[in-house]
Structure formats: structure tokens, C-alpha cells
Design a protein around this ligand. Structure first.
Ligand SMILES: C[S@@+](CC[C@H](N)C(=O)[O-])C[C@H]1O[C@@H](n2cnc3c(N)ncnc32)[C@H](O)[C@@H]1O
Length: 251
């Protein structure tokens, strides 16, 4: 098992029941591809496929030749029903030049520190006529948790980028952005505790900057509810970017 910063390997068995926002992101990405008239996807590489939420939707909505599912987390790939799976770091893809017609990824690219490296890899493995489709969590996701963490010292969120960052990098690396759309979603939980448990079980947690105490945990529960609850429900904001890209002519 490869060890890395987040907790995806540890939560694989709980992920599917808790990945509410990730399911929305994957579903919207499929709707966007269909809305653009896509019906046949050929040979597909999926980056950070997890247990296969996106690939299952691809299967039910498109004709295609084959899908190769990649992920760093061994335990996630164990739950992924695709026959072709490769455990690897997507910033160092073990595939030849121009191997794929499509590169797709949902809810993963926000975890990549070196986007330059990843985009070079995508360019390398994508055919000239390649099409990429990505959903990415953007700044604004976990807006409430970010505010209350800063106030109480409990918890921490992943530093996410604005849409502009991805657009600039796609162009810089020789891609055209054929479609981009930013969409906000709010999911409501019955309590802050329920949200924290569910969030933990998606693996998308980031180590707190300071050691956690019972007292700052209790303050977090109290202030999240006090500042943000709506009719006794606990809102959690997500901001998701959707991008369809192709290679610029001659690149
Ligand atoms: C939030 S999950 C999304 C999984 C799936 N795409 C979905 O829609 O449910 C993020 C996934 O990215 C994977 N991941 C994160 N960084 C990675 C990297 N550098 N290389 C490969 N996979 C990575 C994690 O292991 C995890 O399965």
C-alpha cells in the first residue's frame, strides 16, 4: 500500500455512502458531456477514479471502447469494478504518448499540487483529437467550515483554487477550453457532528494546523450552528468547476 497525505485509502469502504457532493459533480459532468452531443467516447483514461462513481455513469450513458481507471489508493481500486485498473500517481502516468482519446476525472484535480506536471502528462497521453472532461472542487467549497475553523482553531480545509487558475493553466499548456462552468451546491445535514462524520468518511480531510482539543471541537460545533444553521439544518457549501478541453491546433 502506498501512503500519502490524505485519508482516501482508509475510508474506501465508507466513501460511497458519504460522497454526496462527489456524486453531484460526476452526474453534472456526464450531463454536460451529453449536452454537448457526446455519445461515443472511445478509449478513456480516468484519473483518480476511486471506487468508480464516474466510470459507472460513463458506462450507463455512453458507448466506448475501454476505460482504464487509475488511482493512488489501493483500497479504493479494490472496490472499483472496472477490469482495467492501474495504481499510480496521476502526476506520473505510466502510459505511452497519444494513448487515449479521452481523459476524464471527477472530484480529484483539487488534490494535485503540481498542476503543471499533471497537465504535461495529460498532453502526453492524449491523442491529437483528444477531449478532456473534468470536475474540480474550487475555492468556496466548505466556506462555512473554513470560517468556523479559523474562529475556533478546530479543523482545516484543503486550500482550493479559483476557476481562473485552471483556465490559465489549461491555456498555458496548449489546451483550448471548449466549455467551462462554475456551480454552487449546498448540502444540508441534521447536525454539525453528522457533517463532520460524513466528511471524515469521504477521506477529504486535511490535518489541522494545531493539535485538536475537546474545547475547540465543542466551540466548532457551537459556532457553526450559531453562525450558519438555517431552520435547524446545517448547510455545507460546495463550489464545483466543470471543464471540457481539447488540444490547441499544432500542439
Ligand atoms: C474525492 S476522491 C474522487 C474519486 C472519484 N473520482 C469519485 O468521483 O468519487 C479523490 C480520489 O483521487 C485520488 N487521488 C488523489 N491524489 C492522487 C494522485 N496524486 N494520484 C492518483 N490518485 C489520486 C484519491 O485516492 C481518491 O480516490
Amino acid at each position: 500500500m502506498i501512503m500519502f497525505g490524505n485519508n482516501f485509502d482508509k475510508v474506501a469502504e465508507y466513501y460511497n455512502n458519504n460522497a454526496h457532493a462527489q456524486k453531484i459533480a460526476a452526474k453534472r459532468l456526464i450531463e454536460i458531456l451529453k449536452g454537448m452531443g457526446e455519445s461515443n467516447l472511445q478509449s478513456i483514461l480516468e484519473l483518480g477514479a476511486g471506487n468508480g462513481i464516474l466510470s459507472n455513469l460513463i458506462k450507463n450513458n455512453f458507448d466506448y471502447e475501454n476505460i482504464i481507471s487509475t488511482d493512488l489508493a489501493y483500497n479504493f481500486l479494490k472496490f472499483n469494478g472496472e477490469p482495467l485498473k492501474v495504481q499510480c500517481n496521476i502526476s506520473k502516468l505510466p502510459f505511452k504518448n497519444q494513448s487515449f482519446d479521452n481523459v476524464i476525472s471527477s472530484s480529484t484535480l483539487q488534490w494535485i499540487d503540481d498542476l503543471d506536471k499533471l497537465l504535461k502528462e495529460i498532453k502526453h497521453v492524449g491523442k491529437k483529437s483528444f477531449k478532456g472532461a473534468f470536475s474540480i472542487f474550487l475555492k468556496g467549497t466548505f466556506y462555512e467550515m473554513d470560517k468556523v475553523s479559523k474562529l475556533t482553531g478546530f479543523g482545516n480545509i484543503l486550500a482550493m483554487k479559483e476557476s481562473r487558475y485552471y483556465l490559465e493553466n489549461f491555456y498555458k499548456h496548449g489546451f483550448n477550453v471548449d466549455f467551462c462552468h462554475e456551480e454552487k451546491h449546498t448540502i444540508f445535514f441534521d447536525s454539525v457532528r453528522e457533517f463532520l462524520n460524513s466528511h471524515k468518511r469521504t477521506g477529504a480531510t486535511v490535518k489541522a494546523k494545531k493539535p485538536t482539543t475537546k474545547s475547540n471541537y465543542n466551540s466548532f460545533l457551537k459556532y457553526y450552528k450559531k453562525l450558519f444553521s438555517i431552520k435547524n439544518k446545517i448547510p455545507v457549501s460546495y463550489n464545483i468547476g466543470y471543464y471540457i478541453i481539447t488540444k490547441q491546433a499544432g500542439k
